[in-house]
Design a protein around this ligand. Structure first.
Ligand SMILES: [Zn+2]
Length: 233
């Protein structure tokens, strides 16, 4: 399994916000500001599936720009989209606010939307994804991607919760939200993430969604990811 970390940060750093490309064709989240890097580096051309973990702007705000590139190249196929409930209502609002209703109409024709829910299992090429509802905002999701040989977890944005434990129990590797040093009801902090790393000592941890203040605190304790870094498992 190939995991390209497009962005490793949260919104409060000059690094891009957290998103990934899996096996060159699955885009996991499309944060504000990520589109330029994806476009310039020609990373969007092979994308046939998009997964949105939740509807915060640092996870899907550039989706309309992805659609815009499809319009410009007269794209005629379908893109699979896995996203929380009410996608079309939200996308209608967003494209109305941005005055790009043609974008909405194009998306309606070319996006195959599948609603995420806790426990949903879906296959994309040789990967089986299991969906877990995590503790962040309403309808936020994490995943385990399984290629039959190993399993990679993505916590999504989350605080400590049962679903995170389930993701960790299933994973050989995990990309995990370590947003800051402070305690939060919506994210993991450094101490919580390090405690989980001790509890799940056979799982390899990679910090994502981290602020710059976390960097010295995780040094030599947990692997930090970097924008553009590629992992082959
Ligand atoms: Zn969020």
């Amino acid at each position: 399994m190939k995991i390209e970390v497009v962005g490793s940060g949260n919104s409060w750093t000059k690094r891009l916000s957290t998103s990934y490309i899996i096996d060159d064709h699955i885009l996991l989240d499309l944060p504000q500001g990520s589109f330029k890097t994806l476009f310039v580096n020609k990373k969007l051309e092979k994308i046939d599936t998009v997964i949105i973990t939740h509807y915060h702007s640092d996870h899907w705000a550039d989706f309309h720009l992805f659609i815009e590139t499809l319009i410009h190249k007269n794209f005629s196929k379908k893109i699979k989209l896995f996203a929380p409930e009410d996608f079309w209502t939200r996308y209608d609002y967003l494209t109305s606010a941005l005055n790009i209703k043609d974008n909405f109409e194009f998306a309606k024709k070319h996006i195959l939307y599948s609603q995420l829910c806790n426990g949903k299992i879906f296959k994309i090429a040789n990967l089986k994804f299991t969906t877990y509802k995590v503790l962040h905002i309403e309808n936020s999701f994490g995943f385990v991607a399984d290629n039959g040989i190993l399993r990679v977890g993505f916590s999504g944005d989350t605080a400590i919760c049962d679903s995170l434990q389930k993701i960790l129990k299933k994973s050989n590797h995990i990309f995990i939200d370590v947003s800051s040093a402070e305690l939060s009801k919506k994210h993991l902090n450094v101490n919580q993430a390090l405690n989980l790393k001790k509890e799940f000592e056979n799982v390899k941890f990679y910090a994502v969604h981290y602020s710059d203040s976390v960097i010295p605190l995780l040094r030599n304790k947990m692997q930090l990811t970097h924008d553009g870094e590629i992992f082959i498992f």
